[in-house]
Write a protein that binds this ligand. Structure first.
Ligand code: B12
Ligand code: SF4
Ligand code: SF4
Length: 351
């Protein structure tokens, strides 16, 4: 049998910062997901409920699976100066979207890795690979594989790299020797993330009510953002990193080298324009311009109507008459969702 060390070294050559190998078996921690769903914390993400059985048991996804390779890729690039982060005239985009959409690229790397593994094993390997794209519990699998611990902010945290990590996995129909690094670190008595969350979405240690989470409200929610939550979102227009930014484990984060390693042809580059774009510039985008500007970027997931809805909320939160130019633009948008949020925003400024 191939040594696990050899597989880990190979993974590192592919640019994976963290790697662990575990046997494919049902999750022993099903109670957290069951309880989370029962309490309604998934909000409108019915797709999580629909594939619950698969999430709890890798063998439901791929019955021939014998082993799982878990990987983590550091995506930390830089911090935003406070004067930009707190500038109400700008919309803040979550860090994971500061680069080209990672899903496709990391999946490609996982496939290439599997091909090379198949070559070394001298046998055909059947597999399924996912990066946020499959019905799996990636944080839980990554924890089992020793990539890190689950923090009170619900993120998987590695003691050396912090939590700005993309997680991915490959289910393989071959038996591999396990490789499970010892997990170091914990939250201890810290609760900084819970205190910093503007909407109180971290309702308990390691428990997130997605219905209140800015990431859910600005990306996954397709309808109206509840009025009482709108002022708390401030200028976050796509995702949210607050509970990670305050985390002491991220003070040690080092800039990633992954993007440089895979960024030939400028494919995976920092999109400086999309870190904190001016709200007035975004409010003026047509749907075609939106699609062109955010092509190959995770922001597309919010769709045009979702991003314009979020921009309307941020304009309302700006609180300055200067925001009215953008709001007027959005009041003319043909989408009723955008219009209604723009109407709310206008009231915030004028009342
Ligand atoms: C749905 C989803 C969301 C939802 C819900 C998030 C949530 N906390 O459940 C929303 C839209 C809010 C979201 C937001 C974000 N997400 Co998201 N999301 C997912 C997705 C698709 C499924 C997660 C899921 O099943 N949630 C259900 C809950 C129950 O499970 P869980 O959080 O995964 O794991 C819990 C259980 O294992 C349980 N648990 C385990 N042990 C113990 C012990 C005790 C005592 C307790 C009480 C609980 C417990 O607690 C864990 C944490 O809640 C995964 C990809 C995947 N397939 O896994 C990405 C994923 C989790 N997201 C990711 C990221 C990057 C984000 C954001 C940072 C994006 C952003 N900047 O806006 C935020 C972070 C918000 C936050 N604090 O969680 C990464 C996480 C990387 C990491 N280091 O952990 C993932 C893995 C995607 C990826 N492949 O990189 N996300
Ligand atoms: S992502 Fe933002 S809103 Fe969601 S739990 Fe973290 S701090 Fe709260
Ligand atoms: S901020 Fe503190 S409590 Fe929250 S995840 Fe980090 S260490 Fe844990």
């Amino acid at each position: 049998m191939i040594s696990s060390k050899k597989i880990v070294t190979m993974g590192q050559q592919f640019g994976f910062d963290l790697i662990g190998l575990i046997p494919a078996k049902p999750s022993a921690d099903s109670k957290y997901l069951e309880e989370w769903l029962k309490r309604g914390y998934a909000g409108g993400m019915n797709w999580i409920r629909r594939v619950k059985k698969k999430r709890l048991n890798p063998l439901e996804i791929f019955p021939e699976a014998k082993s799982i390779v878990l990987i983590g890729i550091n995506y930390y690039l830089q911090d935003l100066p406070d004067e930009i982060k707190n500038d109400p005239a700008r919309g803040i985009i979550a860090r994971y979207a500061w680069v080209e959409d990672y899903h496709k690229l990391v999946l490609k790397k996982l496939r290439e890795f599997t091909q090379e593994l198949s070559g070394i094993l001298k046998q055909k390997v059947n597999y399924k690979a996912y990066v946020d794209t499959g019905p799996t519990l990636e944080r839980e699998l990554a924890r089992q594989a020793g990539l890190g611990f689950i923090g009170n902010n619900t993120n998987l945290i590695n003691h050396q790299l912090g939590s700005y990590l993309f997680l991915g996995e490959i289910f393989l129909d071959v038996d591999l020797r396990s490789y499970i690094p010892k997990i170091i670190g914990s939250c201890g008595t810290c609760q900084k993330c819970m205190n910093a969350c503007p909407t109180g979405a971290l309702v308990d240690k390691k428990i997130l009510d997605a219905r209140k989470c800015i990431s859910y409200l600005t990306i996954e929610l397709k309808g109206e953002i509840p009025k009482e939550l709108r002022p708390l979102i401030k200028n976050r227009i796509f995702g949210c990193d607050i509970c990670q930014e305050v985390c002491p484990w991220n003070s040690k984060a080092k800039p990633t080298s992954f993007f440089k390693a895979v960024g030939e042809n400028g494919h995976f580059r920092l999109r400086e324009k999309e870190i904190a774009p001016p709200l007035l510039e975004l409010a003026g985008l047509s749907e075609a311009e939106f699609k062109e500007r955010f092509k190959e970027n995770s922001v597309l997931r919010a769709k045009y109507s979702g991003l314009m809805r979020n921009v309307a909320v941020a304009l309302g939160n700006w609180g300055s008459k200067q925001a009215l130019i953008g709001i007027e633009h959005l009041l003319n948008n043909s989408n009723p969702l955008v219009k209604s949020h723009a109407f709310w925003a206008k009231k915030q400024i004028l009342l």
